[in-house]
Design a protein around this ligand. Structure first.
Ligand code: ZN
Length: 344
């Protein structure tokens, strides 16, 4: 990621705690179904939801049905699911490749297709239905409240994936979407874990990342930057231009290389996940010529320094604030302009 996000604690996290307890102490523990084994606050919430006149999918019967499906498994299978619940929710360690492999719905399908299907539907509904219900909102807040509190805690409010586009902030009336960093269509158990819900821009989310899995590519596991953990070394961006006539350069002639001190796997995953090479090439082609002309025009003002001196002044200023106005890309682009003679 171009920059790391700052996590927050929010009372909406409590709903994920309910589910954590449900998994470990009820479903995976086996034994007869008994509502009193659930958190009492959760029982109250579920009963209130089920009393809503328009609710077609009653929650408590679904919890019991899932309990029955878990109970039909062997004890080692339930133990495996309990472990995978914690693995799937420990996203920072999964990104580092430090943990056991996560469970996917396709893994659960092998032992119980019905359970995989019901869990998929349940965890999808937790995010799209439960978290936006008026009842949850009254006690724990809603996704909208969480988003505003989250953005209020961020010092940098651009998309952490591309770094180029501004996110909606706490001062906007509408709120931005959360991306499930581990796609909720692939991974069970973490659909309402806000430690893996990430506001990124609509282009990175809907056009590039879509349903890509950050942990695997062509079935090979890979490391990834966790959105809440800063890279140990800032990502290095190298730009290559075909020559000094940048007005005539085509996007495909701009070369880009991304490097990192000791996290090259993570950098490669990031670039692949968000189509960064294509995004930056397109952006640099559209804006790079204006970045260079700005310096040339500035140096042409009466009494100004030489173009070379103006270039050095601008670069020094941009380096002071690499996350502002795409400076992290502007600096290597202008350095390449200088190398190929644009400022001669
Ligand atoms: Zn983005």
């Amino acid at each position: 990621m171009i920059h790391a996000l700052t996590p927050i604690a929010h009372k909406l996290d409590k709903v994920h705690e309910f589910i954590s307890h449900l998994m470990s102490q009820v479903w995976c523990a086996g034994g007869p179904w008994d509502e009193s084994r659930l958190y009492s606050d959760f029982v109250g919430l579920v009963k209130a939801l089920d009393a809503e006149p328009n609710r077609t999918k009653k929650v408590m019967p679904r919890l019991k049905h899932l309990h029955d499906l878990f109970s039909a498994l062997s004890e080692p299978q339930r133990r495996w699911l309990r472990i995978k619940f914690y693995v799937n929710n420990n996203v920072p360690d999964l990104c580092c490749g430090n943990l056991l492999s996560p469970a996917r719905y396709s893994d659960i399908e092998k032992s119980s297709p019905d359970l995989a299907k019901e869990l998929h539907s349940f965890f999808d509904d937790l995010y799209s239905d439960l978290l936006v219900s008026a009842l949850v909102k009254r006690t724990y807040g809603c996704r909208r409240d969480h988003y505003k509190a989250f953005m209020g805690a961020q010092s940098v409010k651009t998309c952490p994936a591309c770094g180029m586009r501004d996110l909606l902030t706490e001062d906007n009336t509408p709120v931005g979407a959360y991306d499930h960093f581990l796609p909720k269509g692939i991974y069970p158990f973490n659909s309402i874990n806000f430690k893996q819900l990430v506001p990124i821009c609509d282009i990175c989310n809907g056009k590039y990342k879509t349903t890509k899995d950050p942990l695997y590519r062509d079935s090979a596991s890979r490391k990834a930057f966790h959105p809440f953990v800063a890279p140990t070394v800032a990502i290095g961006i190298q730009v290559g231009l075909p020559g000094p006539l940048i007005d005539e350069a085509k996007a495909e002639e701009i070369e880009l290389k991304f490097t990192s001190g000791n996290q090259q796997d993570e950098v490669d995953t990031w670039a692949w996940l968000y189509g960064i090479e294509e995004q930056y090439r397109s952006f640099a082609n559209e804006n790079g010529k204006h970045w260079a002309k700005q310096i040339i025009n500035f140096s042409n003002r009466p009494g100004q320094k030489s173009t070379r001196e103006c270039y050095e002044d601008h670069i020094a200023t941009y380096k002071d604030q690499p996350l502002r106005d795409q400076h992290f890309l502007r600096v290597p682009f202008l350095e390449e302009c200088e190398r190929v003679g644009v400022f001669n």
